[in-house]
Design a protein around this ligand. Structure first.
Ligand SMILES: Cc1ncc(COP(=O)(O)O)c(C=O)c1O
Length: 336
């Protein structure tokens, strides 16, 4: 089967680009220096490749991802790099059979984790992204609460998510340093071996973390492609032209129900994307690249994480477009 024969819309992984991305990261940040974030792909078959190349500790954003990774035999060291007070899901993580560490940033998240049997935590610190994390000043209090509840504090985490996507490398370097001053201040008070943070856009700039939580690097997207990183776009949506207009546009069957759109429209080679609607992308082909009904186009997403979460499987293709593997996106959804 070729990519061009798949029912569409279909999520397609370029095996060579994907292999390049994994090898590049393993070379830059070998072994436990990178803790890949599975939120970017939600696929245990893909995580297994990351583990095989040496990254055997993982981050996750949802309890379902944690439990699914443990069930797949990838539970050596799993970090829920996110807060939850969901008692049932905390218990499911505590009982999943893997080593599970969860992020905490408040008395409430500490109490819920401790009550439901979680044994290890990281104190999550606000390093500038207006999202989760306590202030550096509050971190020792949160750590003390966790220890008093019988849990081990492995260290701190702080994700500079407000920095990772900016195309200006010098700016990213400066802002990462500012963020990490906050994280290291917290770490000095909290202690522990782990200082976790970073993402694809700062993987080689963040020199302060003991481990980098990069996710998007494995598959990439058009937003990250603008940063000049040593990773290639490895993921597209194969789509079929289902209509053309005498007024000059064509319509393919991949719309916002198969695409994460928060980083903008997708990109299509030799065409201008006009807009996406639920099931469709409307595009204007370049003058020398006319499209007919039934033709195939490759739709390159602007944001990998929410794109993958909309699909049940990915098809892996080799250089000549033959499908060589099929991976279930088995960590999607929320039920742990
Ligand atoms: C807590 C956390 N760490 C790390 C990442 C890194 O992701 P990426 O490598 O895609 O930038 C994310 C992504 O949003 C995240 O939420």
């Amino acid at each position: 089967v070729k990519a061009g024969d798949l029912p569409t819309p279909a999520l397609v992984v370029d095996a060579a680009a994907f292999g390049h991305n994994l090898a590049s990261m393993a070379k830059a940040l070998p072994g436990l220096r990178c803790r890949p974030h599975v939120k970017a792909h939600k696929t245990t078959a893909l995580a297994r490749r990351q583990a095989e190349i040496g990254h055997t500790a993982f981050c996750a954003a949802t309890p379902r991802e944690i439990v699914g990774m443990a069930r797949a035999g990838l539970g050596e060291d799993l970090l829920l790099a996110n807060e939850t007070v969901d008692r049932d899901r905390l218990r499911a993580m505590a009982e999943c059979g893997g080593r599970v560490t969860v992020a905490v940033d408040s008395a409430e998240t500490v109490a819920a984790a401790a009550d439901e049997g979680i044994r290890e935590v990281l104190v999550d610190v606000d390093v500038g992204l207006p999202r989760c994390g306590c202030t550096p000043e509050d971190a020792p209090r949160v750590a003390d609460l966790a220890r008093a509840s019988g849990m081990t504090v492995r260290g701190v985490m702080g994700y500079e998510g407000h920095v990772v996507g900016n195309p200006d490398r010098a700016w990213r370097a400066e802002e990462t340093q500012k963020s990490m001053v906050r994280l290291l201040a917290a770490h000095a008070e909290v202690g522990g071996e782990v200082v976790s943070g970073g993402g694809t856009g700062t993987f080689d700039l963040n020199r302060w973390c003991t481990e980098i939580q990069a996710g998007s690097y494995a598959l990439m997207d058009t937003a990250y492609a603008q940063l000049g990183l040593p990773f290639r776009q490895a993921l597209w949506i194969e789509a079929t032209v289902v209509s053309t207009s005498l007024r000059g546009w064509a319509v393919a069957d991949a719309g916002l129900k198969s695409l994460g759109m928060d980083h903008g429209d997708p990109t299509i080679e030799r065409a201008t994307v006009l807009f996406c609607s639920d099931e469709h992308v409307t595009l204007r082909p370049d003058p020398d690249a006319a499209l007919a009904v039934g033709d195939r186009v490759r739709v390159w997403p602007a944001h990998v994480d929410p794109t993958v979460a909309l699909h049940e499987r990915m098809f892996v293709v080799d250089a000549d477009g033959s499908v060589v593997d099929e991976w279930a996106v088995d960590l999607r959804g929320w039920d742990a």
